[in-house]
Design a protein around this ligand. Structure first.
Ligand code: ATP
Ligand code: MG
Length: 582
């Protein structure tokens, strides 16, 4: 069927939407693909829906190719399964909760591990039934703290989520690897530029986990990669290589110094270097103790937590958050200091923490045998040569310090450089967390139960529409890759002449008959308006039927390169069919 611009439900906008922060958002609204309904809630207009469906189909295709079977759950779900796994509370404010008329609790599904596990438990019971991979392409709901950039971070969005069920770890590894390959294929087909990074698994629990990040300056995810190896990781997942512990024997005694007016690292370092201590100090020689309070999900009480890290590094709150998850944390307020007078602001040291039972976690660089300058728990006093493993110990280590460009790569090869991306897919090995919660077992050959192990795998289908526009646009508009463009060819009638219109209609009909998706600009508008809209909408190939028709030629324009080519009318259908199929 030919789509006619004269009747297409489309109004392009001349002005950028006021709330647009990134190009994809601006262009998708201006070109009439989506319209905002609420924060993080967008409606899909005909053009947008076409792109979304095409992406869905590529995803579906690659999922079916690895033998995954499509099913569909409701988005409106009862609370009980999520209570059984603890996620009713763990999900916190991101979960949309509601009550039905009888007062029963419901939620709008943010992701469906529970339901898939329960469904498999309901249908299967023998080891012969396994393995199985199920998926759905469905609307998800998350009350995101910061819905952003249009459809890139919605509160209602379309996700492909799949779940694998295996009898053993080896099976799980295989299912994981199959998904990894399927994702690689599908993102390649969509023409996306992306990297695969090591990730933390967040509220899902589990072990092996990787994220697919589309490379984009406007992305919210910062990742790092090695200058010398294939290592790439989300900043949250970077593990700090710990130096070797050093011998403690022979190290100088710890000594408290009067260091007036040195509540900051800079003031302290300056003071020490003027104090005639026989050596120079840098911020990296100081140990700063940052205090936060944490709270386990569902708990009422906050608990103090101290983090000891080299003074030349800040705490990265996202890394800290990932390390503490599912517990939440907050910075200390004046009232907290008032309540705990042993915390001497600017001069907090390991001793007072220990004496007062505060949990104390150390940066992995603070290994035994390293000597530090740190607070002496008394105003205007610091202790020099406080040695880890001799004068203090922590209750464990924590990844909370910022990762910096130039840091050594965790795999020992090269150093790290930073880049930004948008998460488009996430694969992880869940293990038995959900199977345990629901006692999902298969009866083995010896009639003994085998606990099933699961994987879960997501693709941000609606987000991909935004990502593709983000990676494929210029000043004039969007430039869709062929695989997802709402149409194959955009035919512009450029002229008022009846014969021009008739010629364009004929070509459009022939293209349509050849299986090419055509949009025909048959509006009574100037060629200038039509060209501007064609550029904005972004179909990769534009066929201009105009004055040249009298001489037997039409013009084919490549939206991406801007190249124009005159082609004989008789040959143009064949030419375009070849181009579209290539
Ligand atoms: P993010 O870190 O971006 O919040 P996530 O880790 O919460 O994502 P997953 O739970 O792994 O996301 O969901 C699978 C996929 O769903 C993500 O890789 C992403 O592409 C997509 N997705 C997640 N949240 C949103 C959202 N609010 N809007 C659109 N797509 C989303
Ligand atoms: Mg994720």
């Amino acid at each position: 069927m030919i789509t006619r611009m004269s009747s297409l439900f489309l109004r392009t906008l001349r002005e950028d939407p006021a709330d647009a922060e990134v190009p994809s958002h601006r262009l998708l609204v201006r070109a009439g693909y989506v319209r905002r309904v609420a924060p993080g809630g967008y409606s899909w207009l005909p053009l947008g829906l076409r792109v979304l469906r095409r992406i869905e189909n590529v995803v579906r295709d690659e999922m079916n190719a690895i033998g995954a079977q499509e099913i569909q759950f409701p988005a409106l779900l009862p609370k009980e399964p999520y209570e059984a796994t603890g996620r009713w509370t763990e999900y916190g404010d991101a979960l949309f909760r509601l009550k039905d008329r009888k007062g029963a609790d419901y939620l709008l599904g943010p992701t469906h591990e529970e339901l898939f596990a329960l469904t498999v438990k309901g249908e299967y019971n023998s080891y012969k039934d396994y393995p199985v991979v199920l998926y759905q392409i469905q609307t998800k709901y998350r009350d995101e703290a910061r819905p952003r950039a249009g459809i890139l971070r919605g509160r209602e969005f379309v996700m492909k989520d799949s779940y694998s069920f295996d009898l053993d770890d080896e099976g799980l590894s295989k299912s994981y690897e199959l998904h990894r390959q399927a994702y690689t294929k599908l993102f390649d087909r969509l023409g996306i530029e992306y990297v695969v990074v090591k990730a933390t698994s967040g509220a899902m629990g589990g072990s092996a986990s990787e994220e697919f990040l589309a490379v984009a300056e406007t992305g919210e995810d910062t990742y790092v990669r090695s200058t010398e190896s294939g290592y790439a990781a989300n900043v949250e997942a970077v593990t700090t290589p710990a130096p070797e512990a050093k011998p403690i024997e022979g190290l100088p005694e710890a000594k408290v110094h009067h260091t007036p007016d040195t509540p900051t690292i800079e003031s302290l370092v300056a003071f020490l270097n003027n104090a005639d201590l026989g050596r120079t100090f840098t911020a990296a020689d100081t140990l700063k103790n940052v205090l936060v309070k944490t709270r386990q999900p569902g708990a009422k009480e906050w608990e103090l937590l101290a983090i000891g890290l080299p003074g030349d590094r800040e705490v990265d709150t996202k890394r800290l958050e990932a390390s503490l998850e599912p517990a939440e944390f907050e910075l200390l307020e004046e009232a907290d200091f008032a309540k705990n007078p042993f915390l001497v602001k600017g001069y907090i040291g390991p001793k007072a923490l220990k004496d007062n039972g505060v949990r104390y976690l150390l940066d992995p660089r603070v290994v035994d045998g390293t000597a530090w300058v740190t607070g002496a728990d008394e105003r205007d006093h610091h202790v020099v040569d406080l040695v880890a493993g001799r004068d203090f110990t922590g209750d464990g280590t924590i990844e909370a310090a910022e990762v910096r460009e130039g840091d050594a790569s965790p795999d020992g090869k090269g150093t790290l450089v930073a880049a930004r991306g948008i998460e488009i897919g996430h694969i992880f090995q869940l293990g038995r967390k959900y199977a345990d919660a629901f006692e999902l077992d298969a009866l083995g050959p010896d009639s003994k139960p085998i606990r099933i192990t699961m994987g879960s795998y997501g693709v941000g289908v609606s987000r991909l529409v935004g990502v593709l526009a983000e990676q494929n646009h210029d000043d004039l508009g969007i430039v869709w890759p062929r695989e997802v463009s709402p149409f194959d060819v955009h035919v512009v009638i450029a002229g008022k002449d009846e014969t021009v219109a008739a010629g364009a209609e004929k070509l459009a009909a022939e293209l349509d008959a050849a299986g090419i998706e055509v949009v025909l600009d048959d509006r009574k508008a100037t060629p200038g308006v039509k060209f501007a809209d064609a550029e904005l909408v972004g179909v990769p190939t534009i066929l201009v039927v105009g004055r040249g028709l009298a001489n037997g030629v039409v013009e084919v324009k490549d939206r991406r390169t801007g190249d124009r080519e005159e082609i004989a009318v008789d040959a143009v259908v064949e030419h375009l069919v070849k181009l579209v199929r290539s």
